[in-house]
Design a binder for this molecule. Structure first.
Ligand code: CAA
Length: 258
């Protein structure tokens, strides 16, 4: 890993830990960060020894948005021709569960990156917002879609049209985050949650992620049908046999992630 790596990549047992590493720019997400982050998660996704990933930032900022300095002078044609931000979608197509550990600012693309994760654990210092409107743009990394699905139209409109930031407690009430913990516990809590996920069967956790993700993207009738098919496919794994046998035999399951 080079000294100027935009992300730091480590493992903690079966958990991959990725730390955004542009603290002086409040982890503004430039193209290099996008490429390195997607590459790191792609490698963890393919690694049978890793069952979940934690993405975190610094104490002051998870990420304060896409890199405004990189975008400021771009024309419409530049953005369109490069299909700017498209590569972020590759992150959302990966199947390994992702946990965001958010302290401080999660603004613009930072909030959108957190929402690309499967669960968000927030420090009590976290602040979420989509301030793009004040820059003369709108969210471009999925915020208008994922925020609206997560918190509903009223709060999403409020945040996206006025740029109002919400704190961790409001984010918890709105259903944007799953847990709020003191700032000095947030990484530990996220690693524990990811560790719990990683101790389950990786293929079955991937199926479950896909099934819940489907609820986000489709209508209920079609979603329930897909869920049922994914549930059926869990019965093609050895881990389903082991998990159910262990329950019947009153012992801890020994998953082999296949
Ligand atoms: N892009 C580039 N640089 C950024 C940045 C960003 N999104 N956010 C912060 N920085 C840089 C600042 O320019 C500053 O750099 P210098 O030291 O070189 O001047 C450094 O990080 C520290 O920031 P501040 O001095 O501004 O720190 P602060 O504590 O006074 O303010 C803040 C913190 C309120 C978060 C403020 O930095 C801010 O408003 N940042 C921009 C937030 C924003 O608008 N995000 C949306 C970006 S657009 C987007 O994300 C589009 C999309 O949908 C994907």
């Amino acid at each position: 890993m080079s000294d100027d790596a935009t992300v730091l990549v480590e493992t903690r047992g079966r958990v991959g830990l990725i730390t955004l590493n542009r603290p002086k720019a409040l982890n503004a997400l430039n193209k290099a960060t996008m490429d390195e982050l997607v590459a790191a998660v792609t490698a963890f996704d393919a690694d049978p020894g890793i069952g979940a990933v934690v993405i975190t930032g610094s104490e002051r900022a998870f990420a304060a948005g896409a890199d405004i300095k990189e975008m400021a002078s771009q024309s419409y044609m530049d953005m369109y021709a490069a299909d700017w931000f498209r590569h972020w979608e590759d992150l959302t197509r990966l199947r390994i569960p992702l946990v965001a550990a958010v302290s401080g600012y999660a603004l613009g693309g930072g909030c959108e990156l957190a929402m690309m994760c499967d669960l968000i654990i927030a420090a009590d210092t976290a602040r979420f917002g989509q301030p793009e409107i004040s820059l003369g743009v709108l969210p471009g990394m999925g915020g208008t879609q994922r925020l609206t699905r997560a918190v509903g139209k009223a709060l999403a409109m409020d945040m996206i049209l006025t740029g109002r930031q919400i704190d961790a407690e409001e984010a918890l009430r709105a259903g944007l985050v799953s847990r709020v913990v003191p700032a000095d516990r947030v990484l530990e809590e996220a690693l524990e949650a990811a560790g719990t996920i990683a101790a389950t069967s990786k293929p079955v956790a991937m199926l479950a992620k896909e099934a819940v993700g489907t609820a986000f993207e489709t209508g209920v009738t079609h979603g329930v049908q897909i869920e049922r098919r994914l549930f059926h496919s869990a019965f093609a794994t050895e881990d389903q046999k082991e998990g159910m046998a262990a329950f019947v035999e009153k012992r801890t399951p020994d998953f082999h992630h296949r």
